[in-house]
Design a protein. Structure first.
Length: 514
């Protein structure tokens, strides 16, 4: 076995160099995600010479759009959203093999036409292509797309060979446990699990990939990473923006489904799981599932482990901004939360008794995603109990974004003749160490989809384990309607209840950046 086989997690690039001739089909090709993320990601992979030498792109959507118009629009989107400058010579090579297919997502005729387009691409290539279907549509049409890919025979192409078809499925993967189980069953009827790539773009972020390295390539942390030394863990995924033009989608979702059930739970799983037996996709995902299954059900009702709130009008970046209920496409009596804070307990020998807090919201004070591991307050020792010594608990802060990096808070002697200490920060920043133009999450994930590496994608049982934790909470909120919904001023750090959730245990949110 070569090193590459044993360590797919760290060797995606070298594996990719010999990638199969591929045709990526984007369902929802005229949508927002394609414009902002998927097309720019493909362009950046082309800049890095990481697309297979034979690469074809087919956009699929309901709207009839001539090929030429789709290509021009793609170039416009790339110019607007790519992290790197647009180079026409590079895009030209992709563009030459780019076409568009319109049709209903539930219309078998559209899939017959798609097959013809694929056949034409294969004729141009002079060989069969691996098919990678990227489902980036509203979730209401996930099911007909998966079924039609199955029935048309496209899903079954090349099974068991290097050209096996693959399907990348965007979030949200279900809206509760039952719908996730159903969607898994639909996917399994049409694809093998080895062909299915459920996306969570947080897993493609460099800082999230680094969590495994931080934890398991730095053995100094392992002896401390447990209930004896860790007081609690805080995970914050805060956004400054409001719902903007996505009100129609967001109001049917809310912060808990949109961010916590997927993105923040993945962060929690990676921080708290046991060391996997290897870096293989299955071993890593086995450990995440084990961890998710050892989380206790959330307490509802009195002393609930959950707080929800909506933003009211306030100031964001110095500008007055409206409250959630007056945003575009939001019903005035909406019971959808734009903020959610939770307290989880993990029942295993490593974490029993250590609270894991997480929160996410729109229109918070600042855009910041971070994981803070708060170690125990020094209770005894040479400096404890003396007011001259300002002793802070040690804290390891992993900043996912922006200003990516890791900080360790230590106590230090203040220089001078007075006996004084103060907390200081030992800090590593990506921008200073590595430069700032690192690949976007979608580049990594599309690349991994093409080479068939599922490490950074969610397995079916994983998504169900997460929904199992969230579904009773979401059901109880649905029954309550707006009763118990708090508000917070846009531009603040969230509602009072979010603070009280920690305050009840003698903790406080580290309002990021402090
Ligand atoms: C998406 C959510 O999954 O993640 C959005 O649907 C959210 O509501 C976005 O804004 C945040 O992603 P990032 O990468 O900007 O933190």
């Amino acid at each position: 076995m070569s090193d590459t086989d044993r360590h797919p997690f760290l060797s995606g690039l070298s594996k990719h160099r010999g990638a199969q001739p591929t045709c990526v089909v984007i369902f929802g090709a005229s949508g927002d995600l394609a414009a902002r993320k998927l097309l720019p990601a493909l362009y950046n992979l082309a800049v890095d010479s990481l697309l297979p030498s034979d690469f074809h792109l087919i956009g699929f959507g309901r709207k009839p759009i001539p090929d030429a118009e789709f290509r021009t629009q793609a170039a416009t989107d790339i110019k607007k959203f790519s992290r790197r400058e647009f180079r026409p010579d590079i895009w030209q090579r992709v563009e030459d093999n780019t076409s568009y297919q319109s049709g209903g997502y539930d219309d078998p005729k559209a899939y017959a036409a798609l097959k013809e387009q694929i056949a034409a691409a294969e004729k141009r290539a002079g060989r069969p292509l691996q098919l990678v279907f990227y489902v980036s549509t509203p979730p209401s049409v996930f099911e007909p797309i998966l079924e039609n890919l199955g029935q048309s025979g496209l899903a079954g192409r090349g099974l068991g060979t290097e050209l096996e078809s693959k399907v990348i499925i965007e979030k949200p993967f279900g809206k509760d446990l039952d719908s996730a189980v159903h969607l898994n069953a639909v996917a399994a009827r049409n694809f093998r699990e080895s062909q299915i790539f459920r996306i969570d773009h947080y897993l493609g972020k460099e800082t999230v990939q680094d969590l495994l390295v931080l934890r398991f390539a730095n053995p100094i942390f392992e002896p401390l990473w447990n209930r004896r030394h860790v007081d609690h863990v805080q995970i914050t995924v805060a956004e400054e923006l409001g719902v903007g033009t996505r009100g129609g989608y967001y109001d049917g979702s809310g912060a808990t489904r949109d961010m916590l059930q997927n993105h923040t739970m993945q962060l929690l799983a990676l921080v708290a799981m046991e060391q996997p037996r290897s870096l293989s996709a299955e071993h890593i995902r086995d450990e995440k599932v084990k961890l998710l299954e050892s989380i206790q059900p959330l307490r509802l009702g009195v002393n609930a482990d959950a707080v929800r709130a909506q933003y009211a009008e306030g100031l964001s970046g110095g500008d007055k901004v409206p409250g959630y209920l007056t945003e575009k496409d939001i019903p005035q009596d909406s019971a959808t939360e734009t903020f959610c804070a939770l307290r989880f307990s993990i029942e295993n020998s490593r974490w029993s008794g250590v609270p894991f807090y997480m929160r996410s919201g729109k229109r918070l004070a600042r855009r910041v995603s971070e994981i803070a591991i708060q170690f125990k307050q020094p209770e005894s020792g040479l400096f404890a109990g003396d007011a001259r010594y300002d002793l802070a608990p040690n804290r390891l802060v992993i900043q996912i974004q922006p200003d990516e990096g890791t900080t360790l808070v230590l106590n230090s002697k203040v220089p001078g003749l007075e006996p004084r200490t103060q907390p200081v920060r030992l800090s590593f920043r990506y921008a200073t160490t590595y430069g700032s133009n690192t690949p976007e999450a979608y580049e990594r994930l599309i690349l991994d989809g093409i080479v068939g590496d599922r490490t950074l994608f969610i397995r079916g049982d994983e998504t169900e384990a997460s929904w199992r934790l969230f579904t009773p909470l979401l059901q109880s909120w649905q029954e309550q309607g707006r009763a118990g919904m708090e508000t917070y001023a846009a531009g603040s750090w969230g509602p009072a209840g979010g603070d009280a959730l920690l305050g009840a245990h003698g903790h406080a949110w580290r309002n990021a950046g402090r």
